[in-house]
Design a binder for this molecule. Structure first.
Ligand code: CTP
Length: 404
């Protein structure tokens, strides 16, 4: 189920020049009837005073973890329990690094460790700080743990430079967290496959590939953020399930096929992001194979093409496939679009400089009949948001053309 609209929000403010925009966001949230508690880091208080935010929020603003008076009221664990959503605006590079490391060295980081509520960060910083591999790594790590990142936006910065790192406008943040069921993906059922498959050779060995599952998980999270009801059929990965997404764990391509075919008839959208092994071992050994002969052959048989089968159904959902290519990207991806009969294909180059398997960043060339768009290199959670924007556009156009 998509996450419900939160009514109790814990707003964290960390120390960047964009901290003043938290004041506007508080005003907008209050106008929506949201109950707010505000927590500021020490650095945030250098940019805006607790008194200003307190006046707007209509309640106490907390800044210290070890404040006996405040703790005697609602202590920090109760505060963490109270929140239905933790939203940090702005989230600085330093705050993201502390969260990624699991530190609890002030009230805000402690609350975020202690809460079970979804955590949403709106990053804001200089564009070089945002692009730094350390920040990109932290952003990807947090996203993999289910933290949702909103932005940053691209444009002019307070430092006089320009690039990705601007805080999203408060109205945009409000619209994303209180997303009303309006968009074409809201209330739709989506089935997403992700991760690699494992094809057993014997009880302890298998054939697999380098897929991390990050792209599929990021697409599932982005769809849930648009109000879709998402089921994620996942091969083995190190990732936690995104907030509001139902995950079905599978190992082999045949298990993935069965899990998909069982559910696809009631789905509006299918996203095939899994790196499904094209072949499996014809007869896996029931016992562990012992070494002996100098050479050993494995007989492989073709696995079903799950995406192709879904697209060939009599009443297929809207289908988005992926294509991983080492050369002639557009030509091969166009051929797959036609051969598999899918509605959209997102192609990326693997084995090169520009992302792909096991990386936190990627770039995509998205193709559909009569159209194409390039989504430039960026962290997978943000790329997934852009891809889902496009999916929303194409799915919306198809749904509108099918309406009587
Ligand atoms: N796919 C699938 N089932 C398979 C193989 C692939 O559902 N058995 C899906 C993937 O999830 C992806 C798309 O098909 O969305 C493309 O996968 P890819 O491996 O790049 O292409 P193939 O069709 O397998 O072609 P080739 O390996 O020849 O490049």
């Amino acid at each position: 189920m998509p996450p419900p609209r939160p009514t109790r929000i814990l707003l964290g403010v960390s120390g960047g020049i964009a901290a003043y925009k938290a004041a506007e966001l508080i005003r907008l949230l209050r106008a929506e009837g949201v109950e707010l508690r505000v927590v500021m880091t020490a650095a945030a208080q250098a940019f805006i005073t607790p008194l200003s935010l307190q006046a707007l929020a209509g309640g106490e603003v907390r800044c210290d973890l070890l404040d006996p008076r405040a703790e005697a009221g609602m202590d920090h664990i109760e505060l963490a329990r109270w929140a239905e959503l933790v939203l940090v605006v702005p989230a600085t590079a330093d705050l993201m690094a502390r969260l990624a490391a699991g530190l609890a060295d002030d009230l805000l980081t402690t609350l975020i460790l202690a809460t079970t509520a979804p955590v949403v960060l709106a990053p804001a910083m200089n564009h070089r700080m945002w692009r730094h591999p350390a920040t990109q790594h932290n952003a990807a790590l947090l996203a993999a743990r289910g933290v949702r990142l909103l932005g940053p936006a691209e444009g002019d910065q307070a430092c006089g430079e320009s690039g990705p790192g601007r805080l999203l406008e408060p109205a945009e943040i409000l619209a994303r967290i209180l997303r009303r069921p309006q968009g074409p993906l809201a209330g739709r059922r989506a089935l997403v496959t992700a991760g690699p498959t494992r094809e057993p050779i014997d009880p302890v060995r298998y054939l697999s590939n380098r897929s991390s599952g990050r792209m599929g998980y990021a697409v599932a999270a982005a769809l849930a953020g648009r109000g879709s009801r998402v089921v994620l059929v996942s091969g083995p990965t190190a990732l936690g399930p995104p907030a509001g997404v139902e995950r079905i764990a599978v190992e082999t391509a045949l298990e993935m096929q069965a899990a998909v075919l069982e559910r696809v008839a009631t789905c509006d959208l299918f996203v095939g992001a899994a790196a499904v092994a094209d072949y499996r071992v014809a007869d896996p050994a029931p016992e562990k194979l012992k070494k002996g002969a100098a050479e050993l052959g494995l007989r492989l048989v073709r696995n079903p093409d799950i995406l192709g089968e879904v697209a060939a159904l009599a009443r297929p959902p809207f289908t988005l496939g992926f294509a991983a290519e080492t050369e002639r990207l557009e030509e091969h991806a166009r051929a797959k679009l036609a051969a598999k009969g899918v509605d959209m294909i997102a192609a990326n180059r693997v084995g090169g400089e520009t992302g792909g398997f096991e990386r936190e960043e990627n770039a995509l060339l998205v193709l559909w009949r009569g159209g194409r768009r390039v989504l430039p290199l960026c962290p997978k959670p943000l790329l997934a948001e852009s891809l889902v924007d496009l999916l929303e556009e194409r799915f919306g156009a198809q749904a509108a053309s099918q309406d009587p």
